[in-house]
Design a binder for this molecule. Structure first.
Ligand code: FE2
Length: 286
């Protein structure tokens, strides 16, 4: 059974336990999530002007489009205001900022039937935990503009606690940081970087898709098998996501069950405390 909780007042400690069991939590936009979305829109609209960002793909040639993203995304990701707004989203949702650590918020784009590599990479079914995410990682996901069933994310709940053949055994996060990530902007048409991949067919349907208004928030375990569905909507999907861990979960080894992740290394060193942006203590990163 997978439960989808809507605007649930359940306290964060209990919510995380349910998320580690595969449940999903969905929230209406909060004041801070709307501010985060507005900030992303302002930045995207300036970068793509005079085009409306979800339609800009139809007006720019591939390399020009990728150039805009190559500067827009890091600007958003690294902006101090983005981090401040993430902290406020978390407190809007009742997390304890003293115990909560987040990775910088990513601005993602998924073009419609267009570029399909590098900065616009379309993901096959995967778990974030194949990419060295800790088992206690929770993902927060927000659409920046209206989304539809053809351009959101699909969850595959039957596989939450069921192993799927994958190549995470060949993935090492430290190696990725050293060699893989920096080359993303150079890859326009063909994806050649080595990333964990699914190695079997799965039953893709039925899947679960959550559609919220812009600024609505979906929270899910990083261990959920999920897919970015092929975008056939005619418009580019813009979304924001960030990853969150709770320090006591890290310390106590609490999280989703590891059914099939065999990668090495950990992304835990990337997480910053919501209050003061300090990293986790070294002894917890291991
Ligand atoms: Fe993912």
């Amino acid at each position: 059974m997978t439960v989808v909780y809507f605007d649930s007042p359940i306290p964060d400690d209990e919510r995380r336990r349910k998320l580690f069991g595969g449940d999903l939590f969905v929230y209406s936009p909060t004041p801070a999530s709307l501010a985060l979305v507005a900030f992303a829109r302002e930045m995207a609209e300036a970068a793509f002007a005079p085009h409306f960002p979800p339609d800009a793909q139809h007006h720019l040639a591939g390399p020009a489009y990728v150039d805009v993203l190559a500067s827009l995304k890091p600007t958003f990701i690294n902006h101090p205001h983005s981090k401040e707004l993430v902290r406020r989203v978390l407190t809007d949702l009742g997390v304890d900022p003293e115990q909560t650590y987040f990775d910088v918020p990513r601005l993602r784009t998924m073009t419609s039937d267009y570029l399909n590599a590098g900065l616009t990479l379309q993901f096959e079914p995967h778990r974030d935990t194949w990419f060295s995410a800790p088992m206690c990682q929770l993902n927060y996901w927000l659409p920046v503009y209206d989304v539809a069933e053809e351009n959101v994310m699909a969850f595959h709940p039957p596989y939450f606690d069921c192993a799927v053949a994958n190549s995470s055994r060949d993935y090492d996060y430290a190696e990725w940081v050293a060699h893989g990530r920096t080359s993303a902007a150079q890859q326009i048409d063909v994806e050649t970087r080595k990333q964990p991949q699914i190695e079997q067919d799965i039953e893709r349907h039925p899947d679960v898709r959550v559609i919220t208004p812009p600024g609505g928030i979906v929270i899910f375990s990083g261990a959920h098998l999920h897919t970015t569905v092929p975008n056939t909507s005619g418009r580019t999907r813009f979304s924001i996501d960030f990853r969150v861990v709770n320090r006591t979960d890290v310390r106590d080894g609490i999280g989703a069950p590891n059914v099939d992740s065999a990668c090495t290394g950990t992304t835990l060193g990337d997480f910053l405390r919501a209050t003061d942006l300090t990293p986790l203590p070294a002894d917890l990163i291991g």
